[in-house]
Design a binder for this molecule. Structure first.
Ligand code: F6P
Length: 340
């Protein structure tokens, strides 16, 4: 049996552990793994590399993806889609394991409906995919953000400043809430709940009255100001996403204007996505990769592996298509207990 493997969308700590697990498991089962480079683009352009034991040796602790990635959407270009389908057949793939987020798995779901044998593996640092309790990469990103918040505490206190920390999270505030609570932030602002400046200022002033003349505010990049996202440019990617960024700067300016307190911004950006995965993400990625091969072996296509409790289970791949798991009101209410 020949299994193609690709990684699509933004990279994420834990991708290499998934690839390694797929190769090791498939090789034990007497299957061959074939690496498709740079996401769906590699299947359009026929950019392939062999994935044997040697190719995955020493990659467990490495960040990024040894297969490369892209945000290519083959459904945007009928000619590209045709090439992709022909290459799938020409390569003699018995199955494809697609590792990615909402966009990559959305393409996988469509191909699967057209009869291609596909198994999905959910990936995103944002943790916003439905059907799975967690995606790998999230724990690493949260730990990086938490450490940054820890470090910002001491300098905020020394200078009696307000520190705004902008973290990733396009549609969902999971990274912001988890890192904010774990790091003891005084306020966390997320895409799901519109920012209210009176609340932001209220928290800072109340802390000041208690003798706390510094504050840490965590804001997700997708948080909305006056009802809109703050963007770096207007250009859209293949899947229609705009490049977010700038909410931290805007917020800092508004805080300084309203309170007179000196305010600084730290934008964590892609630091949250780079480097080695935590043990949790390496383990989750390894379990996802192993299970994906087992599903291929059993002929369970059109499925995505998912974490439910402590079990890795198959769920229909359409579970993720066009849907997002966002922070609900109860979870945010819990987080609010720790604000101020
Ligand atoms: O998809 C995860 C993510 O890290 C988002 O949080 C962020 O908005 C986006 O990717 C950034 O994408 P890029 O790497 O293309 O700048």
């Amino acid at each position: 049996m020949k299994i193609g493997v690709l990684t699509g969308g933004g990279d994420c700590p834990g991708l290499n552990p998934v690839i390694r697990a797929i190769v090791k498991t498939s090789s034990r089962e007497g299957m061959t793994a074939l690496g498709i480079q740079n996401g769906w683009k590699g299947l359009v352009d026929n950019h392939i590399k062999p994935l044997d034991q040697a190719a995955v040796s020493g990659i467990l602790h490495r960040g990024g993806t040894v297969l490369g990635t892209s945000r290519t959407n083959p459904y945007k270009d009928p000619a590209a889609l045709e090439k992709l389908k022909n290459n799938f057949k020409k390569l003699g793939l018995d199955a494809l394991i697609a590792i990615g987020g909402e966009d990559t798995l959305g393409v996988a779901a469509k191909l699967s409906k057209e009869g291609f044998k596909i198994v999905g593996v959910p990936k995103t640092i944002d943790n916003d995919l439905p059907g799975t309790d967690f995606t790998f990469g999230f724990d690493t990103a949260v730990n990086i953000a938490m450490e940054a918040i820890d470090r910002l505490h001491s300098t905020a206190e020394s200078h009696q400043r307000i520190m705004v920390v902008e973290v990733m999270g396009r549609h969902a505030g999971w990274i912001a809430i988890h890192s904010g609570i774990a790091g003891g932030a005084d306020l966390v602002l997320i895409p799901e709940v519109p920012i209210r400046m009176e609340e932001v200022i209220g928290v800072i002033r109340k802390r000041n009255e208690r003798g706390k003349n510094f504050s840490i505010i965590v804001v997700a990049e997708g948080a909305k100001f006056d009802g809109s996202e703050v963007t770096l440019e207007k250009k859209l990617d293949d899947f229609g996403h705009v490049r977010l960024g700038g909410i931290g700067e805007l917020l800092a300016k508004k805080i300084e204007e309203a309170t007179g307190f000196e305010t600084r911004v730290t934008v964590l950006g892609h630091v949250q996505r780079g480097g080695s995965a935590t043990a949790f993400d390496r383990m989750l990625g390894t379990r996802f990769g192993e299970k994906a091969v087992r599903l291929v072996k059993k002929g369970e296509f059109g499925k995505m592996v998912a974490l439910r409790g402590n079990e890795i289970v198959p769920v229909p791949i359409e579970t993720v298509a066009g849907k997002l798991k966002t922070v609900d009101a109860d979870f945010y209410a819990m987080a609010k207990t720790f604000f101020g």
